[in-house]
Write a protein that binds this ligand. Sequence first.
Ligand SMILES: NC(N)=O
Length: 697
Amino acid sequence: MSDISEFKPLLNQSVGYGVVVGVGFFFAALMLVLTFLQAKFSKFSPSSSEEFSSASRSVKPGLVCCGIVSAWTWSATLLQSSTAAYTFGISGPWWYGVGGTIQLAFFAMIAAKIKMNANGAHTFLEIVKVRFGTAAHLLFTFYAFLCILVVCGSLLLGGAATVTALTGMNIIAACFLLPIGIAVYVVFGGLRATFVCDWAHTIILFIVIYIFLARTYATSSETGGISSMYELLKQASVDTPVPGNQDGSYLTMKSNQGMVFGAATILSGFSGVFCDQGYWQRAIASAPRSTTKAYMLGGLSWFAVPWAFASCLGMAARALVHNPKFPTFPNPLSDAQTSAGLAAPAAAAVLMGKGGAVAILLVVFMAVTSAASAELIAVSSLFLYRTYFRPKATGAEIVRVSHYFICFWAVWMGAWATILHKASIDLGWLFYVQGVVLSPAVVPIGLTVTWSKLTRAGVFSGCITGAILGMLAWMIGCWKIYGVINIANLAKPYSAVCSGLTGLLFSGTLTVLVSLAKPANYDFKGTREILVYDSVTIDRKASTESVDDSNVGAEANFTSENEKKVGEKTSIKEVAVPDNASTTHDDQAVDLETLQRIFRKATLYSIALTLVVAIIVPIPMFFSHYVFSRAFYTFWTACTIIWVGMSGLFCIVLPLWESRREIGVIGRGLLMLLLRRNIMNGDVDKRPSIHSESSNA
Ligand SMILES: NC(N)=O
């Protein structure tokens, strides 16, 4: 009998097409409704380019936190973390969580600095251009697009592999259809509506995680609850011991593979956050007082997603590998199936049959759509139209070109994922290689907005030398450790860590040393003077319903005529950010002293969080070679459940709570609209003319 079995699809192909196309278009319709409500009831015009790409810098912390969790929950977050748990046990989900969380914590510091030093910027590339000129701008543009390519590839390959494995849908069709529905809703909605869709995605994500937790640890007869799962995992350690783990056990943090995986994940996470415009965009989009808080909450909340999900499904896949319902029974997953991220789908299939397959399909689809929507909107803001082609482009023109570019990128994303698939590159490969190719840019990018002594020479020497040394370390490490340099070995953990660590450390050290040799004394005046493109608000009709300090007011005085006026007749209304304030909105102005305080708080928080999750918890467990007892496994599992419960609360309830007044205003506005419609059905329309209001505005 062959050692490799096909992964038997549990669902019909039509379910795959239904989810990929149907759910995508459902969100497009939802986006249309949201955009209508925004145009009708909010003071922010959806057609403004500031609004499209930066949500007018006004999003509140709960929604930004939710957006961060949503954008940072990739298919890899669910699938690769579960693969790690399946392959080398309980340390995998923990290290995956660490590898994504501490970067978000560090980015909280960067976010405070953006508000201080470049609050008018839309992209980190703009900051680079103002500070270091065109050559540095082009260098970082290369890294920004490379990052988006890697992320998009990984999202689509992970998503498409899961849809194909569970439904038998053609993988190329999945690669192309997945981004198209997403592009439709991003084009309709822009960044603010994307945030609201992120919230809807996050609800589904958490609900599905809660269902899997309940099923695995409480109600499944396959696992038999936590205690029986512990026994199954102990048996798995005897049947298939893990090389490098204490006693070959899946229930120990003493895992050499886990440690290397942790290092690779941290490296890949730093690259994924610092080089990805999506994270800068969320920092830019949030209201100044909220930015740092949002990133702190986002990091803490996100940690539980891979930790809880993979501790549950990844470990369940290992525990249930000999169950006759396992999709590749009687064989375990092959290396290719494991690397494609099929451990979690396999566990879901055993635990819940077709229902589990649908749930995993939905959750992976949500992860792909929310992260891909963030990437699409990010890539559209990176497009260099205004920088190099039409410096005087109006806001509306920028929005229009962004729409075209999003459509182009959605098709290109599908083609790119197909190319990668044909080249036998999968989710696991991209996950490890991400840190390899991007880590040399991390420190120079981070320091550009935070360090006044940084010089252009420091940036170039760090980036370029770091990249060359990183590549050399990659090849030499792969050759020395695995014997031969080939595609598969280049994406093995030790090769990736050799390269990523070399790239990050050398680029960081060189960037700092070369800068200190002849330090700059940059006052950030230039970057603080970066201008927003156009006026972001639309006039509101005076109304008793108006909420002075909220983003949502009464019915907006917004018509297609006045949209046209903003778009075509008015040249860009550039608004300089005052030196002593951090924002273009008076009601949100925050002084530099407050931002310094926020920055210090963020620094303390990131250091404390890093110490706890990367050192204080895992390292003593590693060096003590502790193998979990049944009681400790139960405690550990309880912690995952409580943490993910809290994360759900932050991401789902907090945005609702902080926007309760706006929701009330929209609700009342809709009610008024309906009532007025009913009255208008009589013969006299008492409303003032919208046109005359426009001209008064
Ligand atoms: N977003 C990540 N690293 O899963």
